[in-house]
Design a protein around this ligand. Sequence first.
Ligand code: NJP
Length: 236
Amino acid sequence: MNAELQGRVVAVTGASKGIGLALVRALTAAGAQVIAGARSVDGVQVPGATFLPLDVTDEVSVQAFADRAAAAGVDALVNNAGVGAFMPVQDITPDEYHRVMDTNVKGTLLVTRALIPHFQARHAAGQGSQVVNVTSDVSNRTFANGALYTASKYGQRAMTHALAHEGQGYGLRVTEVRSGMVDTYFAGSQPGESHKADWLKPEDVADAILYALSVPARVRIDEILLHPTVQEVAYP
Ligand code: NJP
């Protein structure tokens, strides 16, 4: 249990596997109630968490998720849902463009905007709120084959910063969590593949998010950047 997280209500997107599922487990173990969403939640169970079907690209689905989260008294949203795709510029099809941008950028926008009225109402009642956006270590640099993914993460980062500016007026603390390579299902891979043995574990990123959520209300963690030690040192 964690005194700062006891009794908190946290909404997590992309919660069916990878970083999101590790975060749900960490949050419930720390005493928080979790509203967890992803497209495939059948059979996914964590005591203390409510799993709901959620497609972050779909306004109707997002509104239903946000309504349930608001009714539960959510005080923090973690926009973690995301997809990765890596190819040279000439191979980026319009379909693939929409899949990646709609999930990573529009998805973050839709879920966040659906909960802002609730966060503003909390502020009016003297309560603060938090948004944590899981972007990427490459949310401000790029590389060959990275055009589409990094464009989406640059966009998500820009939205994170703008929200931080706006949210300061209504008691919203905003954090960007920028992780390097993590051993998940990301970009069509499988956990445990041998080349990922020394990458971050989903629990490592979950711990970073947990830290941002558990600091006292006087502290705002603007950004956390973490990498596996095997990844080349890279600063913006
Ligand atoms: O990936 P994965 P990660 N609506 O594939 C969900 C960032 N990141 O945990 O919908 C709702 O294991 C999907 O669930 P489902 C990355 O950009 C990672 O690594 O059932 N949910 C699943 O729960 C992303 O933002 C690395 O398919 C949707 C989850 O998202 C975040 O970390 C490096 C959805 C993805 O789980 C979590 O990714 C980095 C939708 N439309 C940043 N589409 C890395 N792993 O190396 C997908 O820099 N999901």
